[in-house]
Design a protein around this ligand. Structure first.
Ligand code: FBP
Length: 548
């Protein structure tokens, strides 16, 4: 492995652990829990893993256990810090019993079913400490949902002597982890399953999971890039930059980047939905700011667009949901057509009259993108939908009309950008390095104490790492019933941006000023060495959420 000077220097960074995890640890049980909604249905589906208590780790007495083999899986999209979850887990397991072994299943959940694995030794792990990426074992999006897959997993674990699996994933992967935990329990398989909250999207959070790992670093990378673009825009003063930001569904990334960089326009999908806005309303809002800035002589600006926007525009949401069901039932027929034109025509005949009209009114390239394959969890792959280009075209058409009517005297030239993959594998900043290591370490203690169906949780995250509170939360506590692939399924409830929450309120209070007066902030790159106030700080979202 060829290492950059930064990677070599970062290898010696020692992640900070909460005080309670530094020595011997004991587990304290709290109150029993309920799921966030649909309690009766979830309880019936998870008779053994429902209602378990919240767990907190405290300083305690040394506990010796016989040696175990633990499996670890990285699931779904990459997020900065995954390697540190694995190194924290490894170090925790070795501290509990030096004979413990860690096995990495390769390429995501499929590695468990296909018995593709590697033993994670200290030699291997040391090369990946504090690095970005998931390449130590790879990741994947295979969904484990068939009984045959579960039974194969049991068979493979038995052959490898694995008695616990840690699944590092987002809401869908952790839902899966819980289904697996329940199945293993019911079958008496003797295999524990522990989840770890990962996703740059920031939508796996609740009162016990304050943030998912990777959100902090990814937002800092995007904010650096947005800042650089803003400085360019403010220097050349000739382009409007439309920047789509990853984060499949929720707009947390857009909101956090807005708070960090103060762009002229930020669209928050949750607000668009709450106000029942149409695509034209969104376009008119952006065009309105383009016109007002032009009146001040500013023919430039920045617009942040959340990746999932189209799914929050009520008419589009209905269309996508009908498309999801329709595509699930007519996949084979659609795939027989060679051209997108034929596909579009066929799809339009299968939609309800009202939505067929909406579908037909969309630009062809955009309609084609809406028909693309869903991911294994039934989600539209919004990263492939070019909303930034669509909005540029629509704003351009609108201001052209206004120009003709004498309502716009400026210029409008749009530049599209999409930031997503640029940040997902970045070197984790100190916050994610420490947080991830602590999560992995916490998972080792949950395994030591025989827990299953839990997610590792580390809280009090705006305090210094010493004061963080580690523990476990039953995954069933976060679940509700949702329609997926045309059927009602138990899933972890996605945390969307709260319009009455402090981060959104702060943004809403400032946005008019940021729109008209150029008040850009240029955050610059993540700093790995230097004073704590520069290197250890976390997101504005978390800071605002936790201010009393
Ligand atoms: P996870 O929810 O699995 O963490 O993935 C998040 C994400 O990065 C989204 O922001 C994005 O829409 C999606 O993954 C992209 O998926 P892919 O990696 O398959 O291109």
């Amino acid at each position: 492995m060829i290492k950059s000077p930064l990677q070599i220097a970062r290898e010696s960074y020692v992640p900070k652990l909460p005080k309670s995890l530094k020595g011997a640890v004991r587990m304290v049980e709290g109150k029993n829990t309920e799921s966030v909604a649909d309690q009766a249905e979830i309880k019936e589906m998870f008779p053994n893993t429902y209602g378990m208590p919240i767990l907190t780790l405290e300083a305690g007495e040394e506990k010796s256990t016989s040696s175990v083999n633990v499996g670890v899986i990285l699931s779904g999209g990459q997020a900065p810090g995954g390697h540190n979850v694995i190194s924290g887990l490894y170090d925790g397991l070795k501290k509990i019993n030096p004979e413990n072994k860690l096995i990495g299943f390769l390429g995501g959940p499929s590695g468990l079913v296909e018995k593709q694995y590697v033993e994670l030794t200290s030699g291997l792990i040391d090369n990946y400490r504090n690095t970005g990426g998931f390449d130590i074992i790879g990741s994947g999006r295979t969904k484990l949902e068939e009984v045959e897959q579960f039974d194969k997993a049991i068979e493979n674990c038995k052959e490898l002597g694995v008695t616990a699996i840690v699944i590092i994933g987002g809401d869908d992967s952790n839902t899966n982890a819980c289904v697996l935990a329940e199945y293993f329990y019911q079958k008496g398989a003797g295999i524990q399953v522990i989840g770890v909250p990962k996703t740059i999207d920031g939508d796996l959070k609740n009162e016990m999971i304050e943030t998912s790992f990777g959100f902090d670093t990814a937002c800092k990378v995007y904010s650096e890039l947005i800042g650089n673009i803003q400085r360019d825009a403010n220097s050349a003063k000739k382009y409007w930059h439309f920047i789509k930001l990853m984060g499949r569904s929720a707009s947390h990334i857009g909101l956090e980047c807005a708070l960090q960089t103060q762009p002229n326009v930020t669209i928050i999908s949750e607000e668009v939905e709450a106000k029942q806005q149409t695509l034209d309303d969104v376009v008119s809002y952006i065009a309105g700011i383009v016109v007002k800035r032009a009146q001040n002589g500013d023919n430039f600006g920045t617009v942040l667009i959340p990746e999932g926007l189209v799914e929050f525009i009520p008419a589009m949401k209905k269309l996508i949901s009908e498309l999801n069901e329709m595509l699930a039932h007519h996949e084979e027929e659609i795939n027989k057509f060679d051209s997108n034109k034929e596909k579009r025509e066929f799809v339009a005949t299968k939609l309800s009259a009202e939505l067929a009209e909406v579908f037909k009114s969309l630009p062809n390239s955009f309609a084609n993108q809406l028909m693309l394959d869903r991911d294994p969890h039934g989600n539209v792959q919004v990263s492939l939908i070019e909303t930034e280009k669509l909005l540029i075209d629509m704003v351009k058409a609108k201001v052209k009309k206004m120009k003709k009517a004498g309502e716009f005297k400026g210029k409008f030239k749009g530049q599209p950008h999409f930031f997503g993959y640029e940040g997902r594998c970045a070197s984790p900043g100190n916050f994610d390095s420490d947080y991830c290591y602590s999560l992995g370490y916490t998972a080792s203690v949950l395994i030591r104490d025989g827990k299953t169906g839990y997610m590792a949780s580390v809280r009090n995250l705006t305090a210094p790492a010493e004061e963080w509170i580690a523990g476990g939360v039953p995954v069933t506590m976060m679940m509700n019933m949702e329609r997926r692939h045309g059927k009602m399924k138990p899933v972890i409830q996605k945390a969307l941006v709260k319009l009455d929450g402090k981060p959104f309120k702060k943004f809403a209070e400032m946005r008019e000023e940021w729109a008209l007066n150029t008040q850009y902030v240029y955050p610059g790159p993540i700093q790995y060495f230097g004073p704590a106030e520069v290197c250890d700080n976390t997101t504005k979202t978390l800071l605002l959420e936790q201010t009393k």
